[in-house]
Design a protein around this ligand. Structure first.
Ligand code: P6P
Length: 333
């Protein structure tokens, strides 16, 4: 049961019995994400005003220039999640390896691992375009009472117990699922409270928007080229509209509301595409499926992929079910 304008806190309490593990644990997890989201939102919103823009002068494991806000967002989420005594490990796009969170009593009783892209689309910060945080939560699979291991992070996406994103856009929203549908909460910055504004979000079964960086067209596999030409062909309810913000969270969010497909295919210059499986594709794929959409690498379900490396990349096709299925048809042809 979802009541519009419920606060996030009320929603968590009302729905925590649905969380198959201990009721208090989900609340602690989502409340930690909620607090970090408010802190990062505050920094992102004032980014243009203080000298926090520009390069931090360091590069992360992806070899990309790290924006200072990336570093700050990463630190805030790790700090907040660590303080709540609920998480035993964190992996982040900004960290070469996973961070082991040792409980105060060193008894390693914390049961959850969190994987984050702390500020996705960060190259948009300097030009004031929406950016987002993406998070993915699993229950550890190695024995409680022992230090967390890489195995706890390399679980297939179907094992996620929760996933979501924060979009720092014209308004700041927290959108997440615990496996019982997708709900969107909008922040009232005046009082720092998230309100349920988008209950039970659903991808329209089909749509008229395709999102892909067509600048890479010449490098795409033939199936992707054929699908893009299909989208552009005058026939039936086509041509579609091309909308690509360069920020996965923003493109995904718009497509979930209006109907559409987002693609980051492999290419001759990026043999597995650009997006990372563990902290971009898996959480967005869980949200997509929970919202009656679909997510694949062009051939197989994203959530079934068995990860082998923390920062591995996969091709990504995600959005309205019928649009993803059509794209897969072209990929398999
Ligand atoms: P390109 C941002 O860096 C990101 O990971 C996604 O948010 C976005 O959709 C994509 O990369 C943009 O990549 O190569 O099209 O600029």
């Amino acid at each position: 049961m979802t009541k519009k304008n419920q606060t996030l806190g009320e929603f968590i309490i009302e729905n925590q019995t649905e969380f198959e593990y201990s009721t208090g644990e989900l609340s602690k997890l989502i409340n930690a994400i909620r607090l970090a989201a408010k802190v990062v939102n505050h920094e992102v919103n004032k980014a243009g005003l203080v000298d926090i823009l520009g390069q931090a002068g360091e590069t992360n494991i992806q070899g990309e220039n790290q924006q200072k806000l990336d570093v700050l967002a990463n630190e805030k989420f790790i700090q907040t999640l660590t303080k709540r005594e609920i998480v035993c490990g964190i992996a982040s796009e900004e960290e070469d390896s996973f961070v082991s969170i040792n409980s105060q009593d060193e008894k390693h009783q914390n049961k959850y691992v969190v994987l984050i892209d702390p500020l996705d689309g960060s190259s948009n910060i300097d030009v004031n375009v929406s950016v987002g945080t993406i998070f993915s939560i699993y229950r550890r699979i190695t024995p409680v009472g022992t230090p967390v291991t890489l195995e706890d992070f390399l679980q297939p996406g179907k094992n996620q117990v929760a996933a979501g994103y924060i979009i720092y856009g014209t308004s700041t929203m927290l959108v997440y699922t615990t496996g019982h549908g997708v709900n969107g909460f909008t922040l009232n910055p005046a009082i720092g409270t998230f309100y349920l504004s988008h209950p039970n979000m659903q991808f329209p079964e089909t749509g008229k928007i395709y999102s892909v960086n067509e600048g890479n067209y010449v490098h795409f596999p033939q199936g992707v080229k054929d699908y893009i030409k299909y989208c552009q062909k005058e026939e039936g309810n086509r041509p579609y509209t091309s909308r690509y913000i360069g920020s996965l969270v923003s493109d995904f969010h718009r497509n979930m509301i209006k109907g559409g497909i987002y693609m980051y295919p492999k290419s001759s210059v990026a043999s597995n595409g650009k997006l990372r499986l563990l902290y971009e594709c898996n959480p967005m794929a869980l949200l997509a499926e929970q919202a009656s959409g679909k997510a694949s690498d062009g051939y197989q379900r994203i959530l079934d992929i068995q990860p082998t490396e923390l920062h591995q990349r996969v091709p990504f096709f995600c959005g309205s079910k019928k649009m993803v299925e059509k794209a897969e048809e072209f990929m398999k042809a």
